[in-house]
Design a protein around this ligand. Structure first.
Ligand code: FAD
Length: 356
């Protein structure tokens, strides 16, 4: 029988699956999507994630792909002001690249990702958990982990409140684009005295830049959806580099500020980890990293429970350790976001203001 069933193959679910498989625990990982994505999303691994990944035997591979010393190039009203370090001792790397390396590690451990396997129902009894999949199949396991992202079905199925706030307005459009002619040696950060700006970050080992910008607004002040045309207008307005044409969009997205956490991280034999348990501003780049730390902590709890004899109360250890961390990350990233928003009004400052 499967010891642990994991819903979701983002960084949290993949890290948890590796942690468990390396301990010899029988794990299955179910993913709703039909295959892997290639979106840059969370693009920074911090020192604690690299430490966890060294244990999993993937740090070297990730370091060979990523960039440990990204330099921010700051411009104000179109003029180049300065170049400064990013302010962290982590690794710049696209999220899909992290996921790919973890998937390869899992494949080496004999654990495939089961695509097209969205969990739509979950029940539990004294002996284990049964997950119902969208295609009607059932999967039985001793324990389950909902690593299924901010819109977690597992959290909703368990009836666990996701407490906090969501800002109604889209605060950022995002995407992966190419920008032939633009130097790939820097994370370009253009800000303007009207409060606007645009960021283009080179994703290592690719010709892609991750673009981030406050959205354009229509005549009623409503944000326009992300599109290549809108990205180009934002670039022309803030970067003022005629001749650079953005192209080849492989990811278009928009982002609203959410500051929310689950009221509980466990219901019986089912646990929540990563964005399923907490979502917060991106300043400081803590989202994926917090999920990876959740995965390490949850693996310790599950390993103790599965391999036993488990001490009394072992299942409570994970939530006791991680719920206070989630609360602190929500407060911390909100403060970091405020610091960044204030800093970028000063020439020569940028996202480094959120890194400490
Ligand atoms: C622009 C941007 C920049 C960011 N920068 C950083 C950064 O620098 N550092 C950082 O740490 N974080 C960063 N983040 C945040 C980071 O992307 C997320 O925190 C991270 O993806 C969370 O990982 P996760 O595995 O918990 O969830 P997800 O990555 O959301 O993965 C959840 C998975 O579960 C699957 N799923 C959903 N429902 C089901 C279901 N019912 N059954 C089965 N599978 C299901 C989904 O398809 C998905 O694959 C950034 C995010 C953005 C948008």
């Amino acid at each position: 029988m499967t010891d642990v069933l994991i819903a979701g193959s983002g960084p949290t679910g993949l890290a948890l699956a590796c942690e468990l498989a390396l301990r010899g625990i029988a794990v299955r990982i179910l993913e709703r999507r039909s295959g892997p994505h290639r979106e840059s999303r969370g693009k920074g691994l911090d020192a604690s994630s690299l430490e966890a990944f060294a244990r999993l035997g993937v740090a070297e591979r990730l370091c060979a792909i990523g960039n440990p010393g990204v330099i921010l190039r700051k411009y104000f009203d179109g003029a180049h002001i300065n170049d400064t370090p990013a302010g962290s001792n982590g690794l710049l790397i696209g999220q899909w690249q992290v996921e790919e390396v973890l998937r390869e590690r899992l494949a080496g451990l004999g654990v495939p990702i089961e695509y097209g396997a969205g969990v739509v129902g979950i029940t539990q009894d004294a002996g284990g958990v049964t997950a119902r999949l969208a295609d009607g199949r059932s999967v039985r396991a001793g324990y389950a982990a909902g690593c299924d992202g901010g819109h977690s079905s597992i959290r909703e199925l368990l009836g666990i409140p996701f407490e906090g706030r969501t800002e109604e307005k889209v605060s950022m459009v995002l995407g992966d684009v190419t920008a032939p002619g633009l130097s790939r040696d820097h994370w370009h950060q253009w800000f303007t005295s009207d409060g606007g700006g645009i960021l283009l970050c080179p994703i290592p080992g690719t010709d892609i830049f991750q673009l981030q910008a406050p959205p354009e607004a229509d005549e009623r002040g409503e944000p326009l959806p992300p599109s290549l045309e809108s990205f180009q207008r934002l670039f022309d307005r803030h970067a003022r580099m005629p001749g650079i044409r953005l192209a080849d969009p492989t990811w278009l997205s928009s982002w609203q500020i959410n500051v929310r956490m689950a009221a509980r991280m466990r219901e019986g034999r089912v646990f929540l980890a990563g964005d399923a348990a907490h979502v917060h501003p991106i300043a400081g780049g803590l989202g994926m990293n917090t999920g990876i730390q959740d995965a390490a902590a949850l693996a310790r709890t599950l390993a103790a429970a599965v391999t036993g004899p488990a001490p009394e109360g072992v299942l409570d250890v994970y939530e006791a350790e991680r719920l206070p961390v989630a609360a602190e990350v929500l407060a911390d990233t909100s403060r970091r976001m405020e610091r960044v928003m204030a800093a970028v009004r000063e020439p020569g400052r940028g996202t480094e203001a959120g890194m400490s």
